[in-house]
Design a protein around this ligand. Structure first.
Ligand code: S3P
Length: 177
């Protein structure tokens, strides 16, 4: 069994599968799994929706930046980030310096289908989800493309996506030893 030398940070859009792929990846590698949104909720004592409602998006982004900076100081683990986290210049620079980033790239139809299952995402409440997601995709994809590794996340079994990530990490070097 390989061990993890650096944390692996999953980035990409809401609905790309960061949390479910991340959990499986962590189990396969026998390392801890962390989810930045959950850590933010625990620190704030309320949900992401409530943080947006009560404090606004800038406060959420500040919390997100702090939580990810803290997690990057922890021993190697798998970290699923929220869809906007990698858009932050400071966070992106920290991730580049200390970890390996993996963009889970998924197409609009798949994202739309996945996000429609839950109502936990403030940016998609009371909007036309397709056009909001499309606009975010357009704005974010060039930045997600700065990740060290890009892996296709499609509608097939999530175990296949996990295998793709593992094999991309092997090829990339520096994460598994
Ligand atoms: C966001 C994505 C969410 C969460 C917040 C904002 C975004 O995380 O951080 O609702 O800006 O794309 P997921 O990508 O895990 O849904």
């Amino acid at each position: 069994m390989k061990s993890l030398d650096k944390s692996v940070i999953l980035v990409g859009m809401m609905g790309a599968g960061k949390t479910s792929v991340g959990r499986r990846l962590a189990t396969t590698l026998g390392v801890p799994f962390r989810d930045a949104d959950i850590e933010i909720e625990e620190a704030a004592g309320c949900t992401v929706n409530e943080i947006f409602d009560r404090l606004g998006e800038p406060a959420f982004r500040e919390g997100e930046r702090k939580v990810i900076a803290r997690l990057l100081g922890e021993p190697p683990h798998i970290l699923a980030t929220g869809g906007g986290a990698f858009m932050d210049t400071e966070t992106r620079a920290r991730i580049k310096e200390r970890a390996i980033s993996v963009w889970l790239k998924a197409d609009l139809d798949l994202l739309l289908e996945r996000v429609s299952r839950k109502d936990t995402r403030p940016l998609l409440r009371n909007t036309d989800r397709r056009s909001t997601l499309q606009a975010l995709l357009q704005q974010r994809e060039p930045v997600y493309a700065e990740a060290d590794i890009t892996v296709l996340s499609d509608a097939g079994p999530q175990e296949t996506v996990v295998k793709r990530v593992l094999s991309a990490l092997e090829d990339y070097g520096g994460a598994l030893k």
